[in-house]
Design a protein around this ligand. Structure first.
Ligand code: ZN
Length: 57
């Protein structure tokens, strides 16, 4: 079964319910990085997102 990489923005923000889920890790991280920057004005490195915020489901 394929694994998906998921970012649940609710774990980062109380008000945002944005969820990214993709089987392509690169794509998921890229989308997450973009979302964090555009919506929350926060810059995360790929490592930070992967290690601290993203889950493999
Ligand atoms: Zn968000």
């Amino acid at each position: 079964m394929a694994q998906a990489h998921k970012l649940d923005c609710e774990s980062v923000s109380d008000t945002c319910r944005f969820i990214i889920q993709s089987e392509n890790e690169e794509e998921a991280v890229e989308l997450a990085q973009k979302h964090m920057k555009e919506v929350h004005g926060q810059e995360y490195t790929e490592d930070e997102l992967q290690n601290d915020h993203m889950q493999v489901v």
